[in-house]
Design a protein around this ligand. Sequence first.
Ligand SMILES: [Zn+2]
Ligand SMILES: [Zn+2]
Length: 374
Amino acid sequence: MDRIKLIKEQIEEMMDEYYNSDLKVSQILANHNVNIPPSKLLSLFPPIESDEKCPYCNVPLIAKRPSRSYPKIHKSDYFCPQCGHRNMDRCCCDGCQERQQQERDQAQKVIRTTYPKQPNKSLADLSLEDMINFGALCMFNLSSDMTSVGPVGYYTSITPAKDWDRDLLSDLVKKGFISVSGLSPVEAFNPDVFPFDYDPRRVVYDINLDPADVQLIIDGRQPDLSVETNLLEVKSIWRKINKSLIYNYLLMTLASFNFSFSPGDKTKILVETMLDHFALSQSLYIVKKCVGEGVVNFKEGNIYKKHAVNQIITHMINYTNIAIGNGFKKISFDPPLLPSRPQNLLESALEQYVIYRLLKINNSFTSPINQVQL
Ligand SMILES: [Zn+2]
Ligand SMILES: [Zn+2]
């Protein structure tokens, strides 16, 4: 007997036997003279109808009958027999996709009206630091017509430090050189306070400068380094970058041996002394050497980690002082160079902009800042 010929009462009897007895499925089928594979039994039963209707087709949502081993029915088991809509967030039926698209279009419209294009500033409004910050930002998805930039993204660095990145962006926005673009993706905004709170690394920024001025900055023709004070200021930014890199390297190297550390005044003075005398590569050599020796001492001796870290800093201070001739024998020497830049010490956009576009030097790693001639 096939399905069409099964009468309603017979199906009800089979359902009763299936859910309310221990009879095997094959036995139930045999009792009713139904010749189908046991796995098909459930498909004979009428679906369960929900009180809820499909928002698109206005017919009740239905669910397949559960098996007796998993009798529980979840809300997401109900679906629309006409369009396939399911009662869940990630439903991708045509109706839901269309509704999501409409919501996105609406949200995009709100973003466009909330963040209109701001008036352009003139190049004279930018300080040297503003230009450099802006030049570094332009390394991230600058549009070909140079009217927008970003998103910066999560895994890229404008500067060597995350909080520096954040300050750089908020400063450029605050001064009006860039502003959140109405074309920023909806995902960049916090849905709880839409559209007022946004993720600065995910939005697109309108550039509020003339494209010709943008070109001057990205080419490194502005700021003008033939002016001595400008050159000194760029070098001080280079120094700030290197300072951050030395800290990063020190913390990363210590962390690789599970040593935690927060730099105090002694370390800050040490790093300034290194920057006065050594190239980045020499400073990193000192860090690597002293941390390495400190770890050996720690493993051999019976000392606490905190004490071991203090010894490492003291060792670095002593080594640096002797190298610059402040030791009691008054000798000085050049610390060796680290053969290559450590892989985990990434070159940020700011560093690339300052070194290659502005200073145009190719030995920045091995040159002490104070001795570079341009
Ligand atoms: Zn439907
Ligand atoms: Zn749906």
